[in-house]
Design a protein around this ligand. Structure first.
Ligand SMILES: *[C@@H]1O[C@H](CO)[C@@H](O)[C@H](O)[C@H]1NC(C)=O
Ligand SMILES: *[C@@H]1O[C@H](CO)[C@@H](O)[C@H](O)[C@H]1NC(C)=O
Ligand SMILES: *[C@@H]1O[C@H](CO)[C@@H](O)[C@H](O)[C@H]1NC(C)=O
Length: 333
């Protein structure tokens, strides 16, 4: 390798490893980093049942929180208490769904090896239907108890600093988003079919939105993305060959882009060079695999594409660091 190539190599790999988000201790703006626990936490106030809570955390690439030990329980509880959310119960990632009486965490630890400060007499599997644990801030020092997994409660997700990975180009923790240099946006094509509303919600969980098409180049890029993304075999009923996108005409206000602006695109970006007028029940936006825009029923399940605009602010310090640091320790020349 000539010295120049070597230098570039160093800058790139150094920038990715040492100056990645780990050192900045940042995961997502809605998670709080607790240094003593080397982890990020978020309290979700919208009640969900246990399975859904677990899914929401996984979607954020975190796990449904359970305290690993007494220390974590105490530090977490004081964080929880300080949020003044008025939330007094939280589901935790601890259940005996698989084997009655044998509690296990969502990350596969035995209930005997983690925080196990059960309320006296709990878990009692009351009525034979209680397999999911929650933690209670009301009764004392943070007791655990079991309840029906169908019951909805608030919950917390946890992400360890150790498990944090960073997509530098997209400035987000999700590695499966790809950067489009033409418009500075990052995209992910989801191959789990959902209806438009669910797809929109899922993109938002990933801190993105359903993809927006503003011009021909966007459409062409998305069409290419559909070709380059491997399509897994998916069971069940869904509409093949189309992809939900971020526009709709749901409230008789004409076509709008998610976020609320009117949709202004060249008519010939629409399938058939014609913008549908909402004359039928097809009030949601999608595209064919070739990038042509179409209206579809919001209930239709299909693949979909999320996008994230990268608003990365590179401070002069960041640039200086990246260029200067590889020389530290010398030995390059
Ligand atoms: C919660 O905070 C209040 C004061 O803000 C305190 O009196 C109370 O003991 C705390 N509870 C727990 C469980 O930490
Ligand atoms: C949890 O909620 C989801 C969505 O509302 C529902 O489909 C599922 O059956 C529920 N599961 C349990 C175990 O209650
Ligand atoms: C989409 O799916 C959700 C959850 O299954 C359902 O509640 C909703 O009615 C469906 N359709 C629309 C248009 O949101």
């Amino acid at each position: 390798m000539n010295p120049k190539t070597l230098l570039i190599f160093f800058i790139v790999s150094f920038a990715a490893d040492s100056y990645g988000q780990k050192s900045k201790k940042f995961f997502r703006s809605d998670y709080t980093y607790i240094d003593e626990l080397q982890s990020f936490y978020k309290i979700h106030s919208i009640p969900r049942n246990w399975t859904e809570a677990k899914r929401v955390c996984a979607q954020e690439q975190a796990i449904l929180f359970h305290p690993d030990n007494d220390e974590e329980a105490q530090i977490f509880i004081s964080f929880w208490n300080k949020t003044n959310s008025g939330i007094l119960w939280l589901l935790v990632g601890l259940s005996d769904i698989l084997v009655e009486g044998e509690y296990e965490t969502v990350d596969g630890k035995s209930g005997y090896d983690v925080y196990k400060n059960w309320f006296p007499g709990e878990p009692n599997n009351f009525g034979g239907i209680e397999n999911c644990a929650y933690i209670d801030l009301l009764k004392g020092p943070g007791y655990l108890a079991d309840q029906d997994c169908n019951k909805q409660n608030s919950f917390s997700c946890k992400k360890t600093l150790k498990s944090l990975q960073w997509n530098e180009q997209c400035d987000m923790p999700y590695l499966d988003y790809t950067f489009n240099t033409n418009n500075g946006k990052c995209y992910k094509l989801h191959t789990t079919p959902l209806n438009w509303t669910e797809a929109n919600a899922l993109c938002r969980l990933e801190q993105s939105s359903l993809a927006k098409v503003t011009n021909r180049r966007d459409a062409e890029y998305l069409a290419k993305l559909t070709v380059s993304t491997p399509t897994p075999k998916v069971k069940g009923k869904y509409q093949r060959g189309i992809y939900h996108l971020g526009f709709y005409n749901r409230f008789d206000e004409g076509w709008q882009v998610v976020g609320g602006k009117p949709m202004l695109v060249d008519l010939n970006l629409w399938y058939g060079n014609y913008q549908p007028e909402g004359e039928n029940l097809d009030q949601c936006g999608a595209m064919f695999f070739d990038g042509r825009l179409i209206d579809i029923n919001c209930d239709t399940k299909s693949f979909f594409i999320c996008e994230r605009e990268v608003k990365k602010v590179t401070s002069p310090d960041d640039i200086a660091q990246q260029i200067i640091q590889p020389f530290v320790g010398g030995g390059l020349y």
